[in-house]
Design a binder for this molecule. Structure first.
Ligand SMILES: Cc1cc2nc3c(=O)[nH]c(=O)nc-3n(C[C@H](O)[C@H](O)[C@H](O)COP(=O)(O)O)c2cc1C
Length: 208
């Protein structure tokens, strides 16, 4: 069964990014009822701290050394997470903007799956080489302010360029960003931003 992977990154019950993801996924289910939707909630699933054996394993890989048994066991958790992601033919990431970037749970997940020999490799002559197959990906980014131009009151949206690069390095390049903002403040601009994003997502989902 083909699979869509949804990475859910907001801890809020009334999350705007999650509500938008639900609009997208409802439409996607109608268009492709035979698809399996695999949802990972970063605030529910356990993410191991990136220290100790798993960290040693990463450095062992970088240094071309083989794993000890403890390193192999620790690394297996990262491997399972990366495989769960890379097995999906489609990806949806729904996330808030936090302090101009991404929530630490999403960064934690990226740190876990971005491993040499697993999702990318490094060649001294050619640089970073991706190991993940490209697949259509949508990133839904909810922010209190409106960053449609990349800036809000002189502050830059660092979440979009960071996510674009983190995904690009491992091979995921067919990425569309759907911003929702403002989600805070006067009701009318919030409503317009929400409706615009929902409309765009429903259209995208029908041909995703
Ligand atoms: C810790 C934290 C940091 C935030 N930082 C920003 C920010 O830098 N820029 C912004 O526009 N909104 C910021 N917000 C507001 C959220 O982006 C906004 O409420 C958004 O709707 C959250 O997504 P969600 O509704 O899916 O949880 C922040 C909220 C929190 C809790």
């Amino acid at each position: 069964m083909p699979k869509l992977f949804h990475l859910l990154c907001s801890p809020r019950a009334n999350s705007e990014s999650l509500a938008a993801a639900r609009v997208f996924l409802d439409q996607f289910r109608k268009a492709r009822p035979e698809w399996d939707i695999d949802e990972m909630n970063l605030w529910r699933d356990h993410l191991p701290e990136f220290e100790g054996y798993i960290l040693e394993a990463k450095y062992a890989r970088i240094g071309g050394k083989s794993f000890t048994e403890s390193q192999r066991d620790a690394f297996a958790i990262a491997e399972r997470m990366a495989v769960r992601f890379s097995l999906a033919e489609r990806v949806v990431i729904s996330t808030p903007m936090w302090n101009f970037g991404i929530p630490y749970k999403l960064k934690h997940w990226i740190d876990l799956i971005s491993q040499p020999g697993l999702t990318f490799r490094f060649d001294p002559a050619r640089g970073y080489l991706p190991l993940v197959k490209d697949r259509p990906t949508v990133v839904i980014l909810a922010s209190g302010g409106d960053y449609i131009t990349g800036l809000n009151r002189g502050q830059a949206d660092l979440a979009t360029p960071y996510l674009r690069q983190a995904l690009h390095v491992i091979g995921v390049r067919d990425v569309q960003f759907v911003p929702i903002g403002p989600t805070n403040g006067p009701a009318e601009p919030v409503r317009v931003a929400r409706e615009t994003a929902h409309r765009r997502l429903a259209e995208l989902a029908a041909r995703f």
